[in-house]
Design a protein around this ligand. Sequence first.
Ligand SMILES: CC(=O)/C=C/C=C(C)/C=C/C1=C(C)CCCC1(C)C
Ligand SMILES: CC(/C=C/C=O)=C\C=C\C=O
Ligand SMILES: [Fe+2]
Length: 472
Amino acid sequence: MNIFGVLACDRLNGTYLRNGPGQWNIEDYNFRHLFDGYATIVRLHFDNGRLLFGHRQIESEAYKAAMKHKRLCFREFSEAPKPDSFLAYVGELASLFSGASLTDNANTGVVKLGDGRVVCLTETIKGSIQIDPDTLDTIGKFEYTDNLGGLIHSAHPIVTDSEFLTLLPDLVRPGYTVVRMAAGSNERKVIGRVNCRGGPAPGWVHSFPVTEHYVVVPEMPLRYCAQNLLKAEPTPLYKFEWHPDSGGYVHVMCRASGKIVASVEVPPYVTFHFINAYEEQDEDGRVTAIIADCCEHNADTTILEKLRLQNLRSFAGHDVLPDARVGRFRIPLDGSPVGELEAALDPDEHGKGMDMSSINPAYLGKKYRYAYACGAQRPCNFPNTLTKIDLVKRKAKNWHNEGAVPSEPFFVARPGATEEDDGVVISIVSAANGEGYALVLDGSTFEEIARAKFPYGLPYGLHGCWVPKKAS
Ligand SMILES: CC(=O)/C=C/C=C(C)/C=C/C1=C(C)CCCC1(C)C
Ligand SMILES: CC(/C=C/C=O)=C\C=C\C=O
Ligand SMILES: [Fe+2]
């Protein structure tokens, strides 16, 4: 369905797409976890002060099979199809190793590749699905034409006009392969590989940051677990296990040579989302360290359990959202074996809630000052504010509407902007009464510029991208 809304924001021209799990049931069977839902893509088309709105389901094989057979047919984040018999189970084990039983439900993010193609993504490689940004039609599977294989990758590649970088965790020989795909190509090429330093398996890698010359490869003690992958019922940490004794590490790989220039132990950490990273230089311009920032959950894995739908749907006024902070890693490049991890600002500035971040993309990999994210106004069971973080002044400015749940604040720079925060921040908000609206904040003042009410409420969603208006 499409509607026209009027927006007091006529300089913003282009399309914001937001992906996320939006359907958590098959008929009367209800999923358990936020990340299980079938992907729903939302489109906000800004056109000289008018807003055209629409949403659709992404037609993955997993979604189509579930709708056709009225039951779960592929493994989702926490859900597994029920084996009808032992033989069926043995068959399923075989198909699990081939990846055939894994979902292709591309419910996490959406990216615009350098050549203009728009691809929805999740953590399974087969869950890379091309869509039409105008009609939201599912065009089909995005095929990687190389022979790299593997079943999983980072849900958040780094995408620029010229390239797509991602990490492929290796569960057999614990490590990560860093790969690059040039714009216009479907072929990923290996930049390099890094072996894990600890634990039985690689750490979960939902996202990773880059600097101008380096790829930062996180190895957190929340590690993939092959046994949990095979289980039919969810385990406390789903497909993962917490191994604090195995250590937490950060590796730094040279983008040009694939060589590892640093591999340091850091305090244990838990993060889904890296915010950005940059190179720290001395007075002579020599790079002495890498700074990498992330939304860090105080090394506490309970956030995964808090994202169960039962918990999200049963807020009784108790403050149950675990604390989080902007975790800032400092990774020295002088050969020291350890790195630092500290809060970049007092977490009280953003209500000790912190996730779903964005930055001005022109500052990707460069020294930057501002991050936008979801924060918390306590008591709450989920991030319920939008926060603009000033990493230089170590201050945050917060937007909050009682009972409202805003999704990822997405920064869009004003064409021709010279200041880092000159632009707007777009968020899709679920209001307390179940209605929904698009919200546009000024990136600099963080004051509301415009809001446009939708004709119906939308489910919560995760990550978006911006498709600028084509030059006419
Ligand atoms: C929505 C979100 O943020 C994360 C989604 C993650 C998913 C769908 C992970 C799926 C997986 C499997 C189905 C089996 C293999 C492991 C893993 C990648 C966690
Ligand atoms: C929504 C979320 C965490 C919220 C906690 O504060 C994480 C989403 C991760 C996947 O994209
Ligand atoms: Fe994410």
